[in-house]
Write a protein that binds this ligand. Structure first.
Ligand code: 13P
Ligand code: SF4
Length: 354
């Protein structure tokens, strides 16, 4: 665990403002129950009455502390519903959160997501204090490639542009020409006007892009440990058991899964598809918590849940978010020289998608 260094580079005002605070009383009193009732009404279909007495005091404490610390919480679509709906200030997919990070005016960003997302927020808004509730919240895709690997690819494929998925470290982004997310990968690849493009590190995203464009795609061998588990057989079995089922897949899924899906898109693309089409029954072939989050907003749709959880996303809890705000711990730093080049890759993407 790393604490904010209150002795270096910060003025007296910051030291005062970011000094550790005492842990609040987390009792579920009748007054608190009454105050929090409207919020519970919103999430009652996805948060059980047994869980609420535990969550409600934490939610109240976090929302009070956000004001005290002048902080915002950026919550990825894979957060559990008590985080996503009850303490998140902005919710979205990787691209939306990166853009939102750049617009934050408050002093502190709490990234309710994984480490590469927190690094991206830091790149987009370097003067802010970016905290991640758990430093170990990684990503199998980000782990699959290093900056040295990208340097070797440059030598092996001279003149071929390199597009990096946002699920990579800032050090990897710094070695690439442009970033992409699952919502814009095809557009980014085509914007380069090159006959061949390296799309790293997700092999399956690269394969999906290759089906959508005439540009020749060269892939790396990274995989998302959550999405690679889905199989076409599992989906066919679900379709037989649930007549009329619509199947919506994330492009990190294996190609045979995407082939049998009704729609493929980023996490927000999937959410929008459900909101626009109001299917009677749907299966979101992605991280499991997202179904609960969408169910709050689309109560008439029945969600069939293939429960694959991302162990990294699930490291983020209300307790750890509260600790971030109390102790201002786990600050995310990016080396300034790396940050400069990594930011260029992210900004090129953002400018193309605006
Ligand atoms: P999105 O950009 O679609 O939110 O995906 C991020 C991610 O980690 C999916 O596994
Ligand atoms: Fe990484 Fe997969 Fe988890 Fe997304 S779901 S953060 S790609 S391991």
């Amino acid at each position: 665990m790393e604490n904010l260094d209150l002795t270096k580079g910060q003025d007296h005002g910051d030291r005062q403002r970011f000094a550790p605070l005492p842990k609040p009383d987390l009792k579920f009193t009748p007054e608190l129950e009454a105050e929090m009732r409207p919020l519970y009404e919103k999430v009652k279909h996805v948060v059980t009455p047994m869980e609420w007495p535990h969550y409600a005091p934490l939610i109240k404490a976090i929302n009070d502390l956000k004001k005290q610390r002048n902080a915002v919480i950026l919550a990825h679509n894979y957060m559990t519903p008590e985080i996503f709906h009850c303490v998140g200030d902005f919710q979205g997919d990787s691209l939306q959160l990166a853009k939102e990070a750049g617009r934050v005016e408050q002093d502190v960003i709490i990234q309710a997501g994984v480490h590469f997302m927190a690094e991206t927020s830091k790149l987009m808004n370097p003067d802010k204090t970016v905290l991640i509730p758990d430093m170990e919240a990684g990503c199998s895709l980000a782990e699959s490639i290093t900056a040295d690997d990208v340097k070797r690819l440059r030598k092996a494929y001279p003149g071929v542009p390199i597009v990096t998925y946002v699920n990579t470290s800032a050090a990897v982004k710094a070695e690439c020409d442009i970033c992409c997310t699952s919502s814009n990968a095809v557009k980014i690849v085509e914007s380069l006007g090159a006959p061949r493009v390296l799309v790293i590190p997700d092999e399956y995203l690269a394969k999906y892009v290759a089906t959508q464009t005439d540009v020749e795609i060269i892939a790396w061998k990274g995989r998302c440990e959550v999405h690679e588990l889905f199989t076409a057989d599992e989906i066919e079995t679900m379709r037989e058991a649930e007549p009329g089922l619509k199947v919506i897949a994330h492009p990190e899924c294996p190609p045979e899964v995407i082939d049998v899906a009704d729609f493929t898109g980023s996490t927000s693309g999937m959410i929008n598809w459900v909101k626009d089409n109001h299917p009677e029954k749907v299966m979101l072939v992605t991280e499991c918590s997202m179904s609960s989050n969408v169910a709050v907003e689309v109560p008439e749709t029945q969600f069939i849940r293939p429960c694959n959880l991302c162990p990294h996303m699930k490291r983020i809890s209300l307790e750890k978010i509260l600790d971030s705000l109390l102790y201002m711990q786990n600050e995310v730093h990016v080396d300034p020289e790396v940050a400069k080049r990594a930011k260029q890759a992210v900004e090129r993407m953002v400018n193309l998608t605006n």
